[in-house]
Design a protein around this ligand. Sequence first.
Ligand SMILES: [Zn+2]
Ligand SMILES: [Zn+2]
Length: 304
Amino acid sequence: MLPYGTLEEASAALGRNLTMAETVWFNYSAGKSDYYLYCHNIFFLFFVFSVAPLPLVFVELARLAGFDRYKIQPKVRLSGSEIGRCYKDVMRMFFFIVGPLQLVSYPSVQMIGIRTGLPLPSGWEMFAQLLVYFVVEDFTNYWIHRFLHNKWGYEKIHRVHHEYTAPIGFAAPYAHWAEILILGIPSFLGPAMVPGHMITFWMWIALRQIEAIETHCGYDFPWSPTKYIPFYGGAEYHDYHHYVGGQSQSNFASVFTYCDYIYGTDKGYRYQKKIFQKLKGELESNGDQNGGSYHFSTQDIKSD
Ligand SMILES: [Zn+2]
Ligand SMILES: [Zn+2]
């Protein structure tokens, strides 16, 4: 809730005219409690979980010509009812775990000092904070995820997320309820270390999930803008982790590739990639145009 009654009061407090974005924010948030603003995340998450995976689900079901060559595991196809079941399971977790977690976690957001007032942060401030959030999340998630691949962690908790050996966008948040709770820690740690504005927090929650959905989408597009992000893992990188499955000791990182490189947990992936690229080169030199894309296939080599 903003401590100003009118735009003029806000302008006087800032000592300047409000920008257009600040005026919009004032008009929207002035009469709303901080708790209510924080709870917007529930709606954003519902929207992202429901809508962001749809384009590629459509591509998958319609089998649009031209897209097949970008599918990472082309021999695995899910039916509409299987995809629907995944979404239903995700929504059950959303209503019983994710939503309530948002409702009760407000005191921690209050404690770390996520602000809702004016002035709004600059674009650079938001960018820098989001970068910190992604780096912190990636590092922390790496170790928790690696821990969940021990015998106990995998069998009791993480096995659920690995039910999809060829993931789809809807399967990004598909996990055991305990994993959803545990992985809330890496998501929260960045904002706790570098607290910012509520808008930055909203963006972080939404972007992190959009990134996870892209990473699980099952397609690797060479023209994806994320290819320009340094050290970004992407769909093919994480798909390999699902493809290898429970015994996987490779590609644990959620966002970037450098943790796996530094700690030596990408050796199997890099070896496999080298073999496939060699095969691809050979197929292309033999004039086989279908060899043009390097993608895994569950029926092909399976080693880690
Ligand atoms: Zn895993
Ligand atoms: Zn995954």
